[in-house]
Design a protein around this ligand. Structure first.
Ligand code: AHR
Length: 785
């Protein structure tokens, strides 16, 4: 096989193509990237965040007997935006040891290392009668003290700051605040940061996590979510409000604690200023996402004539990032310590919203941004689906508004990624560009990463229409997992990158500036995985509902054979009633369905081989708002196609499913819904991409071999003069397809790098089975230039 790369002509700019997506889920911010070591630092945890939370979550009494009473107070807090604080009512005799409280931190506790320093801050005050110093210490679970200092609180709130030097290494330690005597001590905003944050910033980022992101060299960072952005009350003062950026800047004490929609609490200590600064620190383009006056999770939307706060949020954010210090929001940025602009170029409005109600609101925000800031690139949501009515609506809206980018999201089986490698080949250059804002195949194995690598060559090849892409989600604290797979895993002191991380990093570090055209010659056959048709059992089912099915007719459209079935009731959650095994490649099922109880509608399973390999026509999916065709391969689901649809209880529906080969059509009461193909997964002989840098002295060749055979390939760099060159090779190969990195084996799946002297412009290379190989070619001319 020959791989011919045209090195003589620069094609599209690859721009910021590969980036990262930060969402505060899996404790990615508090207990993650945000360096704060104290959990529930201002006693604001509440059952609105999580049913088990209360104002003392994360804290524990230290006492002998009944010598300290803890009370959560309101009224007279340090800042009324965080209204709760702690009163410790202490009753010890002078000779006795201190009593008080200790914070348990995240995971196993507060991680400290011998010789390191920690910045402690708190607000404190005492009752006049209690004239004893307060001891602040870092100690083991058993009370062994690693660092301690005393402070004397005054009788009015004051901020106290100390540096604690730990004498020991202990990843499960506690931060204790203890006192002797009789009387009351009050506490608020108890904080402990390692001195050694990323770039040693105060209120900074955890260094190991930030380092792993920085070395990826991402083109952009999308933040702060995800569903986190739009799931919440529309009133920004509400405790469970959507993520409203103005709540997240300024003094930490004045940033109101909020419910994180992933079932925990967010301090907002990592807020918009810190996000912008972090992007600047790691040299990446900030890409913020704002809610668009619509909460799809609870169907809440701002009246159209009350959209001003959302429009202003967008305009003011751009001013906050880019405006001169003479502007209101530019001045606020300067107050935060950054008079220079942050050079914001992108803004996303909404995340995965569907339906007209959102887009009516999007249009208003879009128009206001365009008028005031014509150069800002505006991102229109493209729904959480890869295909179907709402996906089309997102694109139609973007075309109508001439949005710059459309944010596509999909989490699919590896086979879907193989089957859809050419998804973007037919996209038009003149249309809004694709921003693949969330994607991942279900898993962190080497196979997942390998398939994603193959898909990324397709993104790069289509740089004319794909502008930005980021794997999702990015971070997961192993003890607080909301979502998997994730790119980087950590606990309170350890971290490892998944196989997927190393693939992403390879592509980001070696993107190049311009795409080069390349093609294969004399390539072996493409290998097909699976059959051309959807054979298997057909079953009727339900989802948290009771469904009455009647007039059930099956027709084999090849043979003309028909079958009629008796009425059935699915009255258990997910009960499945088998009808028949279809061996035909062209068949139709018609059935009348009525939901008699419940709320999640009907499901028709077809092409069922086993519980891990089947298709499902879902009616009434996600909050009874969708109809979907889902394909499961080896237990990993892919939503092939979606339309808006709600099942009304008591109403009868005539449902028709038609399957021809891998083509699936559905109808409800004669109205067409899905018309989709389950594309057959294939493994192409080789997946390739090539690029060149700005100065033309570095060419990157990316080859992904998904097949189980090694590939002998002759690489021809046409347009390049003959020369001997030292080529850098970076390769991921030789792992079991199920191999995964872990704390115990963090480097099981990582690239190897070496150099080889190679005669250019043509050389032969053996690409191992299931490998990713990058050649970084720096051609040196004969005269040594
Ligand atoms: O990445 C996890 C979630 O997946 C995001 O919050 C959401 O946008 C998507 O549905």
């Amino acid at each position: 096989m020959k791989w011919i790369v045209d090195a003589s002509e620069r094609r599209e700019l690859l721009g910021d193509l590969y980036g990262i997506f930060f969402e505060d889920l899996n404790h990615a911010a508090d207990g993650g990237l945000y360096g704060e070591l104290i959990r529930n630092r201002s006693f604001e945890f509440d059952s609105i965040d999580h049913p088990e939370y209360h104002h003392l979550t994360g804290w524990e009494k230290i006492e002998k007997g009944d010598q300290v009473k803890l009370h959560i107070m309101t009224g007279g807090a340090v800042c009324e935006k965080n209204p709760h604080y702690l009163s410790m009512d202490i009753k010890t005799r002078e000779s006795e040891t201190e009593v008080g409280i200790q914070n348990l931190g995240y995971n196993s506790g507060i991680p400290v290392t011998a010789g390191s320093s920690y910045f402690f801050t708190c607000y404190g005050k005492r009752e006049q009668s209690l004239d004893e110093p307060v001891m602040i210490s870092i100690r083991s679970r058993n009370g062994e003290i690693y660092a301690s200092q005393e402070v004397c609180f005054g009788t009015a709130w004051e901020k106290y700051e100390l540096v604690l030097h730990s004498t020991s290494t202990d990843y499960s330690s506690r931060l204790a605040i203890t006192v002797k005597g009789r009387g009351k001590v009050y506490l608020d905003f108890v904080s402990l940061f390692p001195e050694d944050t990323f770039l040693k910033r105060r209120n900074g980022m955890r260094r190991d996590i930030a380092d792993m992101l920085q070395v990826m060299n991402p083109g952009f960072m999308r933040f702060p979510g995800g569903c986190l952005v739009h799931d919440g009350a529309l009133d920004e003062q509400a405790r469970d409000s959507q993520y409203r950026w103005k709540n997240t800047i300024g003094p930490l004490e004045a940033r109101p604690a909020r419910r994180n929609n992933w079932n925990y609490n967010q301090t907002l200590g990592l807020g918009y200023f810190e996000y912008f600064q972090f992007c600047e620190d790691i040299g990446t383009e900030p890409l913020p996402v704002l809610p668009g006056g619509y909460d799809p999770h609870h169907q809440r939307y701002a009246p159209l004539n009350e959209m001003e706060p959302f429009i202003n949020d967008a305009l003011d954010l751009i001013e906050f990032a880019n405006g001169s210090t003479d502007t209101v929001w530019g001045a606020k940025r300067a107050e935060c310590g950054h008079p220079e602009p942050f050079h914001l170029n992108y803004i996303g409005i909404g995340n995965e919203e569907v339906m007209d109600a959102f887009f009516e609101r999007y249009d208003l925000i879009h128009k206001a941004i365009r008028e005031k800031y014509p150069d800002i690139k505006i991102i229109n949501t493209g729904s959480p689906f890869a295909e179907g009515g709402e996906y089309d609506r997102g694109w139609a809206n973007a075309k109508k508004n001439r949005s710059d980018l459309v944010d596509e999201h999909y989490y699919m089986s590896p086979e879907w990624f193989l089957a859809n490698h050419h998804r973007y080949d037919s996209f038009k250059e003149e249309d809004p560009k694709v921003f693949l804002g969330e994607y991942a195949s279900w898993g962190n194995t080497w196979y997942n990463a390998l398939v994603e690598a193959s898909y990324m060559t397709g993104l790069e090849r289509n740089a004319k229409s794909v502008a930005l892409a980021c794997y999702a989600p990015m971070l997961a604290n192993v003890d607080y997992v909301n979502w998997r797979p994730d790119m980087i895993w950590f606990d309170n002191h350890r971290i490892y990158g998944s196989a997927n991380y190393y693939v992403q990093k390879l592509f980001m570090n070696n993107k190049g500036v311009y795409r080069l055209e390349s093609h294969l010659e004399d390539a072996p056959e493409t290998v097909t995985i699976g059959s051309d048709s959807i054979y298997g059992e057909i079953m009727l089912s339900c989802n948290k509902s009771t469904i009455y099915y009647s007039d059930i007719e099956y027709a084999d459209l090849q043979t003309g054979e028909k079958k009629h079935f008796d009425d059935v009731v699915c009255d258990h959650n997910n009960e499945r009633i088998p009808l028949l095994k279809s061996g035909s490649c062209h068949y139709q099922l018609e059935v009348t369905a009525r939901e008699v109880d419940g709320w999640r509608g009907m499901q028709i399973i077809f092409g069922h081989r086993d519980d891990k390999n089947e298709f499902n026509w879902i009616l009434g999916g996600w909050q009874n708002l969708d109809t979907l065709i889902n394909e499961k391969i080896s237990g990993k689901g892919s939503d092939l196609c979606q339309h808006t649809f709600s099942v009304q209880k008591g109403r009868t529906y005539r449902l028709k499913l038609e399957v021809k080969g891998r083509h699936i059509r559905t109808y409800v009461d004669g109205m067409p819904y899905h018309d989709t193909k389950s594309r057959i997964p294939v493994i192409e002989p080789l997946y390739t991409a090539a690029s060149i840098n700005q100065t033309g002295d570095e060419i990157v060749l990316k080859a992904v071999n998904v097949s189980e055979q090694a590939r002998q390939v002759t690489i021809v760099l046409s347009g390049l003069q003959e020369c001997l060159s030292v080529v850098e090779i970076q390769q991921m190969a030789g792992y079991d397809t199920n191999a995964e990195n872990s704390f115990d084996e963090p480097e099981k799946v990582i690239p190897a790098a070496w150099e080889e002297e190679i005669h250019l412009p043509e050389f032969a290379y053996n690409l191992p089975a299931q490998s990713v190989t990058f050649f970084i070619v720096r051609p040196v001319q004969r005269d040594g230039k």
